[in-house]
Ligand binder design. Structure first.
Ligand SMILES: O=C(O)C(=O)C[C@H](O)C(=O)CO
Ligand SMILES: [Zn+2]
Length: 280
């Protein structure tokens, strides 16, 4: 298990590029027939990936559940949100089957003992991107296709941030303990996400960038408003944002990203907004 500890905003002012990347950036999320996992001590969120090719892959593959989580099975005290960003695939959660096409999502409740992943066609493997948060009670395991997501158009072409925030795991769609997740799509010609920027002291957030065209990157901004830093991100990479850090990005093209939040509340709009001209 790749473990990341909590970082203090005073200290990161002195981080080199490499130190910043080692602390916050998550790479190589999809490896054939493996489960990759990064455990962050920021709100104890776990970011995972699974790309089943030839096998039916168990969520717990490669993990020492007792050593890492101190429980008998991964979802004993956790909930998880899963998006498919690859070819068609299937998830089986305690016997319940879900067929996921591109951008479909499944929320799986605390208390689910076995979760497996498989692809329909090994030549076009499914890619399951997942975020898990600690959970205190059980809710309904739910399949959420794009059509069921709450649509929030934002920005404008003139400011290069014309986009739609699709809220999948959100209180208006289904009940969870603390996890929220969604997918934001930028229109062609728009490159900025989350600009004007914000923080939310009450929640941490993880961004996973995908649909970044070949030979393009996203400059992801982070840090306190007066001490911004950037991390250059490639396709299918994720970035951890502690509650004190703003999180916004500009791509060299349009792109899509999945955001996931956990913490004190699920009030999506309680952002602490930062004026663009106040950033340094
Ligand atoms: O493009 C955006 O703006 C977003 O998608 C914002 C994220 O959803 C977010 O940061 C929520 O706190
Ligand atoms: Zn945010």
């Amino acid at each position: 298990m790749d473990t990341r500890y909590s970082v203090n905003p005073r200290d990161i002012k002195r981080y080199t590029t490499e130190e910043l990347r080692n602390e916050f950036l998550i790479q190589d999320i999809f490896k054939a027939d493996e489960v990759t996992a990064v455990y962050s001590h920021v709100d104890r969120m776990v970011t995972l990936g699974c790309m089943p090719v030839n096998e039916v892959v168990n969520l717990e593959k490669g993990m020492d559940i007792w050593h890492t989580f101190g429980v008998q099975y991964f979802l004993e005290r956790r909930e998880i949100g899963i998006f498919n960003v690859g070819g068609d695939g299937k998830i089986v959660a305690d016997g319940e089957e879900f067929n996921l096409t591109y951008t479909d999502c499944v929320y799986i409740t605390k208390g689910t003992k076995e979760v497996t992943f498989q692809s329909v066609d090994p030549a076009k493997p499914a890619k399951f991107y997942m975020v898990s948060a600690p959970a205190h009670t059980s809710h309904k395991t739910t399949f959420i296709p794009m059509a069921k997501a709450n649509k929030r158009p934002m920005g404008a072409m003139e400011t290069a941030n014309d986009r739609v925030i699709n809220q999948f795991i959100h209180p208006d769609v289904l009940e969870t303990c603390q996890l929220s997740m969604g997918l934001t799509q930028l229109k062609p010609g728009s490159v900025w996400n989350s600009m004007p920027p914000h923080t939310h002291e009450r929640r941490m957030e993880i961004y996973f960038y995908f649909e970044v065209p070949q030979d393009n990157v996203v400059f992801h901004m982070m840090g306190e408003a007066q001490e911004t830093r950037h991390i250059v991100m490639h396709n299918e990479e994720a970035i951890i944002s502690p509650s004190w850090s703003l999180h916004a990005g500009a791509g060299t093209s349009n792109y899509t990203f999945i955001w996931a939040m956990g913490g004190e509340n699920q009030a999506f709009d309680d952002m602490d907004h930062i004026a663009i001209t106040d950033m340094k």
